[in-house]
Design a binder for this molecule. Structure first.
Ligand SMILES: [Zn+2]
Ligand SMILES: [Zn+2]
Length: 423
């Protein structure tokens, strides 16, 4: 039997880990420096959390969830997205009582049973944030500015922020009706999926990728015409203030999101490297979700970015690993090996340098082959410790760049000497 990972669920291999770490570290820095705290919810939830939260008729709930019965015949689902579980936790643990506004972030895997393709996996990772407890347009502005800030800290350039609004619940219903009326005599030009959506989830017709459907909705009613005064004002404030912050965005009248809970501002971040499925992230307001799930009547806004998709974008823009300094300690004999481990530990703890790696020999190989390994790993400094050196209580420090001559130093001076050599 040949074992393989489950279809659409990839291994993260050691040679690719650097970019994940880089992204996650930059994201955490952005979040923590903005007063956002991490929240981790379980992978599994009661299925009802998603049916209620995301919406019974959405694509996710009707065909994309990994749902199964446990041994007690409870229906459980592997989370397909992060917001519904966070709202569940927010209510369950009464976070509102701790603070009127909760600023939360998360990083973790999500699961959807879609057909795997580029940038779309069955286990995929998201970085996301939520601001729960504010109806102010300034929460939307904070969130969109944060997304833009993340793109900048990842050093992504060819991204675009697309912005729209769906209006409040009443506006959304009004807009859905206007759209349905408009589509009524055009259903023959729509794809099968969209004909079904007309009945259950008409807004989704707007983001169908089918060319004929795109043609039909080109002249469809604009959501702006369905907005109440308050929602017009909210959207205007969001747009004018993001513009004042110098954040590039474009209005996209047909931008809707595939989850029922969105109301008000919605946005998407796209990148040219992703092709047809070009979103690397998306978000928006969900002012009714907390109340709908049994909590207080508080407004909220958030987003999620797809890590795999951002990585595709980063690689397309030429991202490459930062080279940290490598120090290789080559040793011969058990006593020297033990001393080598001690020296390695004192360098790791004594020198603060980003990406510094101290390698020791874990095999039983000759000095010569260790030197070959040092060369292969592009070590900047090699520390040699054989039987002679051990007797003298000294090591040889060799600068592989050839800049400095080889020196002999006693064990206690190694850290200082290495620090000098790295400058
Ligand atoms: Zn409204
Ligand atoms: Zn369609």
């Amino acid at each position: 039997m040949e074992y393989k990972s489950v279809r659409g669920m990839d291994d993260l291999l050691p040679q690719d880990a650097w970019i994940w770490h880089d992204l996650e570290a930059k994201a955490r820095r952005e979040f923590e420096s903005s007063g956002y705290s991490e929240i981790r919810t379980p992978i599994l939830e009661d299925t009802s959390v998603f049916v209620r939260g995301i919406g019974e008729t959405t694509d996710i709930v009707t065909k994309e969830m990994f749902t199964f019965q446990d041994r007690k015949e409870r229906s459980l689902t592997m989370r397909p997205e992060g917001t519904a579980p966070i709202v569940r936790a927010y209510i369950e643990h009464a976070l509102l009582a701790r603070s009127p506004i909760s600023r939360l972030y998360y990083i973790g895997p999500m699961f959807r049973a879609e057909r795997p393709q580029k940038g779309r996996l069955r286990q995929f990772f998201q970085i996301g944030a939520e601001v729960i407890g504010s109806n102010s347009p300034f929460a939307d502005i904070e969130i969109i500015a944060q997304v833009d800030g993340l793109m900048k800290s990842f050093a992504l350039k060819d991204y675009k922020i697309k912005l729209n609004t769906l209006g409040c619940k009443a506006d959304k219903a009004k807009f859905a009706k206007a759209l349905k009326d408009y589509l009524a005599d055009k259903s023959s030009r729509l794809c099968d999926d969209c004909r079904a959506r007309m009945e259950k989830n008409v807004l989704r017709v707007l983001d169908c990728k089918n060319e004929s459907c795109k043609d039909v909705v080109r002249e469809s009613p604009n959501v702006i015409e369905s907005l109440c005064g308050g929602c017009v004002e909210h959207f205007e404030k969001v747009k004018s203030n993001i513009e004042s912050l110098g954040i590039r965005f474009e209005e996209a009248k047909n931008l809707v999101r595939g989850l029922d809970y969105y109301t008000g501002t919605v946005f998407e971040v796209t990148h040219t490297a992703l092709g047809g499925q070009d979103a690397i992230g998306a978000g928006g307001r969900y002012d009714n979700l907390v109340k709908d799930m049994g909590g207080a009547d508080v407004g909220a806004v958030g987003y999620a970015l797809g890590i795999e998709r951002m990585i595709i974008a980063l690689i397309a823009e030429g991202a490459h690993p930062k080279d940290g300094d490598i120090i290789y300690i080559a040793t011969l004999g058990d006593a020297a090996k033990l001393e080598g481990i001690k020296i390695a530990r004192s360098i790791r703890h004594g020198i603060e340098s980003d990406g510094l790696v101290v390698l020791t020999d874990a095999g039983d190989t000759s000095l010569k082959s260790q030197l070959r390994s040092a060369d292969k790993s592009k070590a900047r400094i090699v520390i040699l410790l054989g039987e002679d050196e051990l007797k003298q209580g000294k090591v040889a420090i060799k600068d592989m760049s050839g800049k400095n001559p080889q020196v002999m130093v006693s064990f206690g001076d190694v850290v200082e000497e290495v620090r000098k050599a790295l400058c």
